[in-house]
Each structure stands twice: as C-alpha cells, then as structure tokens.
Design a protein around this ligand. Structure first.
Ligand code: CA
Length: 492
C-alpha cells in the first residue's frame, strides 16, 4: 500500500517535472523568428555593410551583436519572384512564378500556387504564433491571402507597393472613388487592411508597420507559443517619400533622390529601435532570431547604391541580387562575427523549420539548405554547389550562378564570363580564358538546372508575354551555349 502511494507520488512529481519541461520547451527551446525585409535596398545602403552616407545605428548595433552574411543572395533580382522564393524555399521558376504578378485590376485572380507550402504554414502547424506585415505581392484573392497561407495576423497591403503618406494617398483615393473607378484605382493608393478588413491608417507607412510589429511582439509576449513575424517594409522602394525630419538627418547628401531615399532607410532604422525595445520589454530579445535583408539590389535610378558591386535591381550582376544580411540571436548566434560562405534566401525555409522543430512533409521540395550548423562552425553548406539566378528578358535570358568563389554570368546577350567574386566583387576581371573548364562545367550545370524550370504562369505586363511568344523564349539552348570559348576570347 505504502509502496503504491509512493509510486503515485513519484509519478505525480514526474508528471509535474515533465509538464513544466514542456512549458519551458515551448518558450525557450525554440526561438522566436523575426524576418525584417526591406524593399529594393542596395548593398551600400546600410551602415554595417559599408554605406558612406546613410546612417543606420540600430541596424548596425544588431549586425555587430550578431553574424553578418557577406555573400548572401536573393533568389531573383526583383520583388515578386524573390519573395516567392523566401516563402516557398524553392526557385520560383519551378512553379511558374518567375515574373511579378499582374497588377490587381487585371490579375485574373492569380497568386503563388497553393500547392507550394509556405514556411509560415509549417511554423504555424508547429505551434508558432505567426504574423505578416507590409508588402505581400504573392496574390490578392482569398486563397492567396496571408491569413490563408499560414499567418494568424496580417496588416498591410497585398500588392507590390504603396504610397507612404496617408493624408496624400487617402485624398487621391477618395477622389478616384468619386469618379467611380473602384477596382481600377492604382493599388499604391488603396487603404491598408488588417486580416482582410479595410483600415484607416493615419501614420507614415514605415512607422505604421513598425508600430504593428511592436504591437505583435507585445501580444506574442503574453503567449506560451514562440512567434514568427515576417515584417516586409516597402521602404525604400519607390515612390520616394520621406518624412522631413528623416531627410534632415542627411544634410551632406546633395542628390535629391538619394537624400529622400536615405530618409526612408533611416525611418526603417528608427522602427528597428522600437522593435528591439519591445523585444526587450517583453523578455523576448535573447531568444529571438532576427534576420535582416533586402529582397533585391538597389535601383540606381531611384536613389539606391550597390557599391562596390556593379549593376542595379533587375540585373544578374552582383548589384542586382546580392544583399546585406545579418542573423542576430543573443542566445545562440556569435556576435562580432561574419560568415563569408554563400547563403541563399532559399536557405531560410529549411533553417527556420529546423529551429522551430517543425515537421516538413516528405513530399515538400526544397532548394535551399539548413545552414544553422554551418553558420556556427563557419563551414560552407554548399561546397561545390551553385546558387542560380535567372531573369528572363525580351531576348536571351540574363543568367548567372555563384559557386564557392566563382561566378558565371551572361548578361544582355554578351558572352559568358567568369569571375572570382571573392577577390573581385566588382566583376571586373573575366577569368574565362584562364579557367575555361570551370566556366564550361558551371554553365553545363546551370543548363541542367534550367531543364527543371516550367513556363511562366503569368507576366507582369502584357509586353513580357508578347516578347515571350515572339522570341520563342526561354531559348535555353542558346542561353547556355558557350560557342567556342577560345574564339570568343580572341574576339574581345
Ligand atoms: Ca524589391
């Protein structure tokens, strides 16, 4: 009898210990994950990555207290496909999403195919409290809405961009409504929404998104679940609109566009301080993984700078798709550190899923790597393997691949070239004639990759679809044709 009672007591105690372990587990074994994404922000547009004119003290502090990725790449050199890659962990070319979605008045109800599982769905299923804020650009109809793609909370605008000052865009929106335009109203002017319901936003959009992020983090602090927050600022994407006080931070910048752009980046940085303060106030700072990056390179004509990289948004030169990036997580990620091996934003899906102890269906295809252990050990997650970038143009596609220190590139119908981008970030010294075997092998490998691509399911603008048909695109047989390398080089 006594033995039985003792056993019961031991079992009860064990149960208590077990249940407290489970509770502790949900709060600290798995990190909160906060993605802070900027839009069209260039390689040289944040202090920690070498900006000489824009100051970003709060981002710099996080970068310094974390690990900077010096060779981080987007999946695509412009918005929609880049974001589709982040969410799905796959190259958008593999599910026909290699162009931006058509704008909403003629979208025909299109969106990223629902067969493609998003990282948000996987983390939500694993018990994460999930939120998306800001620019979506992955489909507007109900089935593609963030709330139906793994996000408990959504606040923002579903299209590819927005004006920043409500007092201006709301007035223009109301005027267009009076004209009876309704669905044809330019989407940059439309009201923002919260979980599908229109809201009347009154703050500068960047500040509104920082406010919502802070509020989400505070709500998450009261929950037992970890959180996943995808904060997609549209800054510093056009239209160039900054607050006067933010622009005033840059008296030495004379170029008007650059000055406004700098103010827009500075507003993001102010928001980051607010977010960090909320993480600290709710005791979540040490166990939150913050990943910061831009969705593609800076647009040179719109105030961005990618120095010392060549190229602009849309290019497959490094300036088009290489991004400043850091991982910050006081509990686990080394501070004052840089990771120089290649990172793709495709790696975020498997890395986040692993940290979140989430189950990924065996049938789910992923193109990236779980880089977490490599990051801690400072080893490459893809030694000898390429990261690809392919942008279809009106004629031959712009194509490039990065493998270890090497980069192959064919830009604007020029011959294929080979650079050692570890030593030559500016892609100045073509080494194809010195290492033709490397060029040949990498181009052949990329051609094999291209065979798994499918036809685009849509085109952003009609002209793209017209070119696609008129030029019998994608014409991969020509894109990946080297011709005679020796002759090509002699001809130069
Ligand atoms: Ca973009």
């Amino acid at each position: 009898m006594l033995f039985k009672q003792k056993s019961k007591l031991i079992l009860a105690l064990a149960g208590l210990i077990l249940s407290s372990a489970v509770n502790a587990g949900t709060q600290s074994d798995r990190p909160n994950i906060l993605v802070i994404l900027t839009d069209d922000m260039g390689y040289a547009d944040v202090g920690f990555n070498g900006s000489t004119d824009i100051i970003t003290p709060n981002l710099d502090a996080l970068a310094e207290n974390g690990t900077m990725m010096t060779s981080a790449y987007n999946v695509h050199p412009f918005c929609g496909p880049s974001r589709a890659g982040i969410m799905t962990g796959r190259y958008p070319h593999k599910f026909g999403s290699q162009f931006n979605l058509p704008t909403s008045d003629n979208s025909g109800g299109l969106g990223i195919p629902t067969e493609e599982t998003f990282i948000s769905e996987v983390l939500q299923d694993a018990g994460y409290f999930t939120g998306a804020l800001g620019k979506w650009h992955l489909g507007e109809e109900s089935e593609f809405h963030p709330n139906n793609r793994g996000f408990d909370e959504y606040y923002g605008f579903l299209n590819g961009g927005h004006h920043y000052f409500p007092e201006h865009f709301d007035r223009r929106y109301q005027a267009e409504r009076k004209k009876g335009l309704n669905r044809a109203i330019w989407h940059y002017l439309r009201p923002l929404e919260h979980n599908g319901k229109e809201v009347k936003e009154t703050e500068y959009i960047t500040d509104a998104l920082s406010r919502e992020a802070s509020s989400f983090i505070e709500t998450a602090g009261d929950k037992k679940q970890p959180f996943f927050l995808y904060l997609a600022y549209n800054a510093p994407h056009t239209p160039l609109e900054a607050k006067a006080e933010d622009e005033a931070m840059f008296p030495n910048i004379k170029d008007k566009k650059r000055k406004t752009y700098a103010g827009m980046v500075y507003a993001v940085d102010r928001g980051v301080k607010r977010i960090v303060d909320s993480l600290k106030a709710t005791g979540q700072y040490d166990n939150t993984l913050i990943v910061f990056f831009s969705d593609n390179g800076g647009k040179l004509k719109a105030g961005g700078s990618n120095m010392p990289l060549r190229g602009s948004k849309g290019d497959v030169l490094e300036g088009g798709f290489r991004t400043p990036m850091f991982f910050h997580w006081p509990d686990k990620i080394p501070a004052n550190n840089s990771y120089n091996h290649t990172v793709s934003t495709l790696d975020l899906f498997p890395t986040f899923a692993s940290l979140g102890k989430a189950t990924v269906a065996k049938t789910k295809k992923l193109d990236g790597k779980n880089i977490f252990t490599n990051l801690l050990n400072n080893t490459s997650a893809r030694a000898g393997e390429s990261i690809y970038v392919l942008r279809h143009k009106a004629d031959l596609s712009n194509a490039a691949a990065r493998r270890d220190n090497w980069k192959i590139i064919r830009n604007h119908n020029e011959p294929w070239r080979l650079y050692d981008v570890e030593k030559d970030k500016s892609e100045k010294n073509d080494l194809s004639y010195m290492h033709p075997h490397v060029l040949r092998e990498m181009v052949a490998d990329m051609e094999m990759w291209s065979w798994t691509n499918i036809q685009p399911k849509w085109f952003h603008i009609q002209a793209e679809g017209y070119h696609w048909r008129k030029n019998s695109m994608p014409r991969f047989h020509e894109t990946f044709s080297l011709g005679d390398i020796t002759n090509l080089n002699n001809a130069r």
